[in-house]
Design a protein. Structure first.
Length: 317
């Protein structure tokens, strides 16, 4: 085996994603001048054909003009502030995009188009792209995140890796690199559901607005067993747990909370909150079902452990 460096670590990370069902592509290959182009320029952060195909598949019978209307709205959401744009697009992702159509009698009616199929994970398009170059906001060159995760052609995740064998590059530098990207290629983050930083020994996830201290490890794949891939397998556990298709859809749909400020910010769950809420929901369904015992159970917390956030997520399920 050759020496572990950032390139080989990136390949390993992509292999783990592929094992979870993500398709793989390389940024240069799908660029406008690549061998399998899916973009018209480096300014494009949405993969338009994948998006339109997914919209047509999830919303059968929808006119092409309506499909294009949704794509154009996503490409230009009417906000340049990252968090405001993110909040608007998240609402479209989770509540549907309203369009006006004419029924058989010619009367206009409002219909919701769904950007994501939350019930059937296989009905979505899952793609991980390495080395995805994006034109800067100031048109002063490009920036190239290590891995961008696309759901139905929409860039919902950004992963930044650092060389596991370098003492001069660590996970904190990966975080700082993401902050640079947010300021220089801001439109890539309008759609963001999660940020991931990793350096081989460590891997953490955080929200669009999280500071470094709020990035946390994802230590379980099922809510029962901790660190199933060992104490240095944090990246693999994060991929198998958080970035599994079902968990990722649930993260977007139920576990992304926007808090109005000042300052305004976006919250994502730590792994124990995510699994606790899912267990509480399942237990509540069982307890309230016909023949159930009516006992929903108790969630015990210490002060400041995130009870309010969990209850907000549970109420939305």
């Amino acid at each position: 085996m050759g020496p572990i460096n950032e390139d080989s670590y990136e390949l390993q990370f992509m292999d783990w994603l592929a094992a979870g069902g993500w398709q793989l592509a390389r940024g240069p290959e799908i660029a406008d001048d690549g061998s399998m182009p899916e973009r018209s320029s480096h300014k494009d952060v949405i993969l338009a054909e994948r998006l339109e195909d997914a919209l047509s598949r999830i919303n059968p019978g929808t006119p092409k003009d309506s499909i294009r209307q949704v794509r154009q709205a996503l490409e230009s959401p009417g906000e340049t502030d990252i968090l405001k744009a993110n909040k608007r697009i998240h609402r479209w992702l989770t509540e549907g995009f309203p369009i006006t159509v004419r029924d058989a009698s010619g009367e206009e009616e409002t219909k919701l188009l769904w950007l994501v199929d939350f019930e059937d994970e296989a009905n979505n398009d899952w793609l991980a792209v390495s080395q995805f170059s994006v034109q800067t906001d100031a048109d002063s060159g490009t920036r190239r995140p290590d891995i961008v995760l696309f759901l139905n052609g929409i860039p919902v995740g950004v992963v930044e890796l650092k060389n596991p064998s370098s003492e001069d590059a660590d996970i904190r530098q990966a975080f700082e690199q993401l902050q640079t990207y947010k300021s220089q290629i801001s439109r890539l983050f309008y759609y963001n559901a999660v940020l991931v930083i990793a350096d081989g020994a460590d891997a953490r996830m955080g929200s669009l607005t999280a500071d470094y201290e709020r990035f946390s490890r994802w230590r379980s794949t099922d809510g029962f067993n901790l660190d199933p891939n060992g104490t240095f397998g944090h990246a693999q556990t994060l991929i198998q747990g958080l970035l599994s298709k079902r968990s990722f859809l649930d993260l977007i749909r139920f576990f992304s909370v926007f808090v109005d400020g000042p300052p305004s910010y976006k919250m994502l769950p730590a792994y124990h909150q995510f699994y606790a809420v899912k267990k509480a929901y399942d237990r509540a369904l069982t307890a309230s079902a016909e023949g159930g015992d009516g006992r929903g159970g108790v969630m015990w917390h210490t002060q400041g452990a995130g009870k309010s956030f969990e209850m907000a997520c549970l109420a939305g399920m």
